[in-house]
Design a protein around this ligand. Sequence first.
Ligand code: SF4
Length: 367
Amino acid sequence: GTPPTKPMVLAPRRPTRKIKVGTTYIGGDAPIAVQSMTTTLTSNINATLQQIAELTAAGCDIVRVAVPSQDDADALPAIAAKSKIPVVADIHFQPRYVFAAIEAGCAKVRVNPGNIKAFDDKIADIARAATDHGTSIRIGVNAGSLDQRLRPMYEADPAGALVQSALNEAALFEEVGFFDFAISVKHHDPVIMVDAYRRLSQACDYPLHLGVTEAGPAFQGTIKSATAFGALLAEGIGDTIRVSLSAPPVEEVKVGIKILESLNLRPRQFEIVSCPSCGRAQVDVYKLANDVTEGLKEITAPIRVAVMGCVVNGPGEAREADLGVASGNGRGQIFVHGEVIATVPEDEIVQTLIAEANRIAAEITES
Ligand code: SF4
């Protein structure tokens, strides 16, 4: 066959420093990593490991756990040892948990420069401990917990204040010779968030962790994150992403992966191309698309399946996909790699597509 062509991307990736995060990397030429955060009590080791396993199965690359108490800090060694993906400890307020997380074997520690009191005095010690253990750091600035000293600036220039807070903290680490950190400047407003990351990317070459914080429930959060990440990723900005949803974290991972796939920043997996339907449709397109999506949900092979409501764009799209159906007159023409292989009655469309998709997936896995 013909050699696979590299899919087009919209901009070259901005060159960034590469940092080690346990068994993986962020920045440089490392693939853009998808992150999420557990919602279990971290002190409940079994529940947390169970959720991490679910996230890992969904394709999550790096997982973060909250460490609000000593019990949570005490759980970190077991979680870090048993997780199959790198674990990041999320620390607010308490510098001593930073040391606990580093010693526990966490791959990275997220610190919030806005709310760790007396944190600045401990930077040298943190940097030394992190270097000794091969732990990286994320300087995680968040509009909701911005350093009080930057509040006046924030009123006039929110994005500028987020960036300033991050750069101040970065300078403190740099002064003690520590450079293994990523930065995030999260805001709930995609416009301010994009502005902040653009400016940050001009000001430094540290890897950037993208996030729209408190983005909302699944529908709104997905759109806000996709819009903001899309704008930045299309400019080559962003080395790791976390979609924040008021929804189970596996959903965050699915959305994150789809955003990267949509921009060819990760190989596309299974994909449905279905028409929106219109007055020409000769079949219930919504139902057909849902039934096909449901029937093919276990398929992970990179197959594109077209589900089209009529013969206007139907045959064309169905021909360009690996597999497709163009419906009309109570029948469906089934296409495989551009050839009509069968015309089946409407009530057999779904089962035929499922059978063909499984056959194509098996072929791909074998080759
Ligand atoms: Fe309408 Fe046919 Fe296009 Fe679907 S494929 S949107 S039914 S014209």
